[in-house]
Design a binder for this molecule. Sequence first.
Ligand code: NAI
Ligand SMILES: Nc1nc(O)c(N)c(N[C@@H]2O[C@H](COP(=O)(O)O)[C@@H](O)[C@H]2O)n1
Length: 344
Amino acid sequence: MAMEPILKHGLSGWQPQQEISPSTSTTRLINIRVSALSNSSVSTTALSKAAMAEVSELTDIEKNFLEPYLPPGSTSRRGEGAGTDGAPEECSGATNAPHVDDGDLPFVTLTYASSLDSMISLAPGLRTTLSGPETKSMTHYLRIHHDAILVGVGTAIPDDPGLNSRYPGVTLDSQPRPVVVDPKMRWNVYGSKLAQLAQAGQGKAPWLIHTPREVREEPLTEWGGKRVFLATETGYPSQKSEPAERETIAWPVILKMLRREGANSVMIEGGASVISTLLSMPELVDSVIVTIAPTWLGEGGVTVSPAPKTEAGERVNAARLQQTAWRQFGADAVLCGRLQASKT
Ligand SMILES: NC(=O)C1=CN([C@@H]2O[C@H](COP(=O)(O)OP(=O)(O)OC[C@H]3O[C@@H](n4cnc5c(N)ncnc54)[C@H](O)[C@@H]3O)[C@@H](O)[C@H]2O)C=CC1
Ligand SMILES: Nc1nc(O)c(N)c(N[C@@H]2O[C@H](COP(=O)(O)O)[C@@H](O)[C@H]2O)n1
């Protein structure tokens, strides 16, 4: 993967960065947080060793099961040829993902962990562990097979995710680029785990997607991260967005920008609003990989559910997977498939 470190010009929908007064309290806060970060590498390393120990290698059978749903070429590119210790799994009939590479859009995988009541967290703003150790390892395997990993700001703020891969033997080069869609710049990257990992060389520096705003030059760019400013497209569906967050950027604009920047594959992990919206856009999504944990979170949780769909005045299923394959990973089930484009 070849990604440019910083791109300031030449993207349609981009707005140039503009200077604001350097004496704002935000600037002071940034400086304090950055100096705190530079003193934290020892504890960060210790923490990440513990975190890495939780992730173990997949078996060849598990790799073979996932392979048809991975970006084409990603296994050979990362020295991870499909395994040989078992026959490919039954039931999917899927060949390698049928991504039509017109050079415009990246390969897109939607992946998340759900309860049996289609919830992905116990309550808004509450980070909830659903995956067991085996499916957690699968997630970290999937992460090294994608160039970028994207979440919405509704996930970045409460979860403070690492969004790196802790898969055994992973190198910085094979880490995915974290991308956070944060139209109104609500998230402070400088206090985040993402920033710590980038500083410690255990993950790439994030790219943050905003709608046009004023911002001064800042340390993010020194680590290889950047802010990308994309124009909104009023009226594009964004399910479950709060009223204050109606600064919606069309998904093709986001995805095309990522492809132009060198991300040939993007793993979209959440949260609920992002996943629910993209489930209604089969033309943009190549693979769906869902972990289903054997638990019900109960009413009040955060639900993944696409917007209702009507055809010829009648309600039809909102989305459906085809070429499905199921496998048990520990106590969880993993469902892979491709979104069906036509009426279901
Ligand atoms: N179990 C799992 O696998 C996962 C669970 N989660 C959970 O999901 C919850 C968060 O979900 P949500 O609140 O729905 O937040 P979200 O992560 O889907 O972010 C939604 C926000 O992102 C921005 N955004 C998304 N699409 C945009 C677009 N096209 N243009 C402009 N801005 C856009 C908007 O600000 C929007 O309010 C958290 O509780 C988190 O823990 C998140 C990821 C995975
Ligand atoms: N696969 C999966 N299983 C769960 O149980 C989860 N809660 C999530 N959440 C996603 O993973 C992010 C955390 O990543 P790090 O471990 O901090 O790198 C979280 O923000 C969600 O996107 N995923």
